[in-house]
Structure formats: C-alpha cells, structure tokens
Design a protein around this ligand. Structure first.
Ligand code: SF4
Ligand code: SF4
Length: 295
C-alpha cells in the first residue's frame, strides 16, 4: 500500500507525521517499509532518520543541441516547444536550457535533423537504510528503507526528480511518501499513484484555506483522503467544520505539545521523547490500512 502524506502548505507537521508513520510501521515488524521523501526542494526526513546511504545517482534531463550548419531556420522547433525553451530569431536558434523539460519534441519535429541531445544535471537521488530501534515491548524491529531526491539549487524542474525517486520504490507491502507541500505539479507527481492521501493541516484560517485547495486537487485525482489536524487546541474549529461538511475522516488530532516542537527542532524522533506518539501513529495506520499494527 502506498500512503502519501501531503499538506496544503508547509510547516504543518507533514514530515513529522510521515517519518513517524514509517518508523512506527517498521518498528512494529512490518517487513520492507519504505519512507520516500519526494519533497525534493527541501527534503528533511533524513535529518530525523539518519539513514546510511548506500546508493547515489544523478538526475538529468535531455536538452537540445543545435547544429547551426544543418539548420534551415524553419522555426518548427520553436513552435512545438510549450515551455519557450527554444526560439528561432532570424538566422539563429537560441536555447534556454533551464526552461527545457526534456520532452524531446523539438528533436522529433526538426526536418533537417539539426538537433541532437545532451544532458543537463538537475538533482540527485539517494537510497539507504535507517536503523530503527527494537520496539519497546520486545517485538522484533525492522530496518526502514529510505529514498529521497534533492533538486539542485536554482533548478526549477522538480517533477523529473520526483519521478526518479519513485522509480526506486520496489513492490513492497508499505510505502510512506512524504509529498511536497502545496498543490502544484511536484505534488501531483508525488501522490498520483498512491492508494491513500493523508492531509496534515493545522486549525487556523491559513491551514483551512490551503486544506481546501489540497482536497480539491486530490479529488480531481480521485484519491481517497483523510485528515490529521496538528497543533489541535490552537486556532479555531474551521477545519473540523470543513471536514464534517465535506465528509472527510479526521484520523487524529495531535495536540499542540512543546515537547514535540523541541524534539523536532533538535532533529530527534518524537517517539524517542513522547511515548504516546507511537500509539497515535499506530491508530492512524490502522484506520488507513485496516490492518492491525502489532504491539
Ligand atoms: S526545427 Fe531544426 S531546422 Fe528548423 S529551426 Fe529548429 S533546428 Fe533549425
Ligand atoms: S526538449 Fe521539449 S522542452 Fe526542451 S526545448 Fe525541446 S521542445 Fe522545448
């Protein structure tokens, strides 16, 4: 099962929920749990999981290279490009590689065979294993598999990095995807083939506004949704009223707790300092998967 953890905006506690859901599942003995960080513009799950990285790869996109001696300046390449990444001005073809999505359209339409392709680096993907402590009750813990992507500084194209990250996920019983915040292309790329989307929000007017947009996006994608309200007890009841009105299940309300904020700010797992947090994660997982998550 693939569970994507997403949020309409940053700073809601999305990564806290994604990381601890994965840790709880792995430490409860579910085999081959994957934590997959698709928040490639700002991946930070690794800060809490501290995985041993066993594989690194570079992510590139193909970009056009023009042979001016063969070019007839017909303009077809500029017309097919939807991203304004190639333009024919008088007798010169100009490329803007940072705008190029690597679709290959210009190469295909060029009647003179004047376009070849080279590659341009836009980011990287790392794969590894996080060592999860054995469960307190004595059941055998498992290693948590880890994959994340990182978009290079200044690069605008997150979706190809997200795609490469997801290509590294094997067919395993449980995958927790930490999606980017918002509702734009990298989010859609991250959640699109998930079985369930868990939306993390906070009970404020800003949280509600961004939750509404995220819910609309997930419904367009026909994905089942549940909501976790973080920092419950602060703000107002607008989010709860919205969920009730829209028939959205509230999977949990995590209270505003200074201990959680302190552990987070030190890059430590919340479950190491707030014992009941693991039970929360178990209940959330059980509600989503319908499986009993072992004690
Ligand atoms: S499509 Fe080919 S021949 Fe036409 S302008 Fe572009 S590079 Fe030149
Ligand atoms: S590969 Fe696609 S996006 Fe890049 S310049 Fe050619 S048509 Fe435009």
């Amino acid at each position: 099962m693939r569970i994507a953890v997403a949020s309409g905006k940053g700073g809601t506690g999305k990564t806290t929920v994604a990381v601890h859901a994965a840790v709880t599942a792995a430490s409860s003995g579910i085999n081959s749990v994957y934590y997959v960080d698709c928040d490639v513009e700002e991946p930070n799950g690794h800060i809490f999981l501290k995985p041993d990285i066993i594989e690194r790869e570079t992510v590139t996109v193909p970009v056009p290279v023009i042979d001016e001696s063969a070019c007839t300046h017909c303009g077809d390449c500029g017309q097919i490009c939807q991203f304004n990444a190639i333009a024919v001005i008088l007798d010169k073809v100009i490329t803007f590689n940072e705008l190029c999505h690597g679709c290959g359209g210009c190469t295909r339409v060029c009647p003179a065979g004047a376009i070849t392709e080279s590659t341009r680096r836009i980011g990287s993907v790392e794969r590894g294993v996080a060592r999860i402590r054995e469960h307190e009750t004595g059941s055998k813990g498992s290693a948590l598999h880890f994959v994340h992507g990182r978009l290079d500084v200044g690069e605008p194209l997150a979706p190809p990095v997200v795609r490469r990250v997801k290509e590294r996920i094997p067919d395993v019983p449980l995958v927790i995807i930490d999606a980017p915040p918002g509702a734009s292309c990298p989010v859609v790329e991250s959640v699109r083939d998930s079985d369930y989307v868990l939306l993390v929000t906070e009970p404020t007017p800003f949280g509600l506004n961004d939750l509404e947009i995220a819910v609309e996006t997930m419904r367009e994608l026909h994905l089942p949704i549940g909501v976790v309200i973080n920092r419950a007890g602060t703000g107002d009841d607008g989010v709860k009223k919205f969920c009730n009105r829209e028939g959205l299940e509230i999977l949990d309300e995590i209270p505003d707790d200074r201990r959680i904020a302190e552990l987070y700010s030190r890059g430590e797992l919340v479950t190491d300092g707030v014992a009941e947090f693991e039970d929360r994660m178990k209940r959330i997982l059980e509600k989503i998967t319908g499986m009993e998550v072992a004690e």
